[in-house]
Write a protein that binds this ligand. Structure first.
Ligand code: PEP
Ligand code: MN
Length: 334
């Protein structure tokens, strides 16, 4: 961080600023230029609020040189992180495909879908037991019974399970869950992030909030990591823009940018990003081509009757075709 001083800053103001920095274990390096004086801050500035420094008398402006996230930052961890999801690796060249229904509805539905996505090449099973719905009158998920069915489907297929935790009070029901999903609506539920990070080292699939910047997404990952859990997988699932034709606007370029900023794996969710089943195939191919570390795709055996997100759910047949095309792209890129 560099502090630029006002032209008329008094020596008393400069000295008190230096003392404040030193009290926070930061070494101030003062450089007096022809036109302005700057103070370079050497040391750990993570606890320093740039806004507070900027508000001090004698300070013109403050420029951050280093990002506010450390654990998630590629600068401090140059190699790609590989997150191990009960044997299924994600990141560093390992590509994962998480597929399954938006919500768990019945044993027949879930186990049937799990078998078909596995046959098509999915490496993990998704399915919501606790659903964050916009309407309180919409299906809220099966809760504990949904988790029991996910365990059953895992036993039947061997696929690790990915499911959303909305409230930390339910964590004890998640013992058999392999990857904990934190949904877009909870990306900035900082208490939940801290609780998950300190309670477990199980992989966390962190979905980008619908109006979150990349820095906010990475700061949320930082919350989990700083609490003790390094196993975070980032998920781009589209953001809210002026466009209403698609459910969300897929910000596909962030895959490349996140890979530059962070060592964490990045998966793309073409289902929530588009909201239309017919688009999931081409968007999956594009996400693979741009270098995503995996995909999370909603698949339903009977989309018109799905209790949640039927319009964006692929049938098992569509999913099998998408898997074949994604595989071809991977071979071309290899
Ligand atoms: C989901 O995965 O079904 C879901 C609710 O996702 P998001 O949090 O991205 O909206
Ligand atoms: Mn959904």
């Amino acid at each position: 961080m560099v502090i630029i001083l006002k032209k008329g800053a008094s020596s008393v103001q400069v000295e008190s600023l230096k003392a404040l920095l030193q009290a926070k274990n930061i070494t101030p390096r003062v450089t007096e230029g022809q036109h302005e004086t700057i103070i370079g801050c050497v040391g750990d500035i993570t606890h320093l609020d740039p806004g507070l420094i900027e508000a001090l008398d004698g300070v013109e402006s403050v420029q951050r040189i280093q990002e506010p996230y450390k654990a998630a930052n590629r600068k401090f961890h140059p190699a790609d992180s590989v997150v191990d999801c009960s044997g299924v690796k994600v990141g560093g060249g390992n590509f994962a495909v998480i597929a399954g229904p938006c919500s768990v509805e019945s044993e027949e539905q879930l186990v049937g879908i799990a078998r078909s996505v596995k046959a098509a090449g999915a490496t993990m099973l998704r399915g919501g037991a606790f659903k964050p719905r916009t309407s309180p009158y919409a299906f809220q998920g099966m809760g504990a019974e949904g988790l029991r069915l996910l365990s059953l489907a895992k036993k039947e297929t061997g696929l690790p399970i990915v499911t959303e935790l909305m409230d930390f009070k339910d964590i004890e029901l998640f013992n058999d869950v392999d990857v904990i999903q934190i949904g877009a609506r909870n990306m900035q539920n900082f208490n939940l992030l801290k609780e998950v990070g300190s309670y477990t080292k199980k992989p966390v699939l962190l979905k980008r909030g619908m109006s979150a910047t990349l820095q906010e997404l990475l700061m949320s990952a930082e919350y989990i990591m700083a609490s003790g859990n390094p196993n975070v997988i980032l998920c781009e699932r589209g953001i809210r823009t002026f466009e209403t034709a698609l459910r969300n606007t897929l910000d596909l370029g962030v895959v490349t940018m996140l890979h530059r900023l962070s060592h964490l794996p990045v998966v793309v969710d073409p289902s929530h990003a588009t909201g239309h089943a017919y688009m999931v195939d081409s968007v999956s191919v594009a996400a693979t081509a741009i270098g995503a570390d995996g995909l999370i795709i909603e698949v339903h055996n009977d989309p018109p009757h799905a209790k949640c997100d039927g319009a964006q759910s692929q049938t098992p047949e569509m999913f099998a075709q998408t898997m074949a095309r994604v595989q071809k792209v991977r071979e071309v890129l290899a």
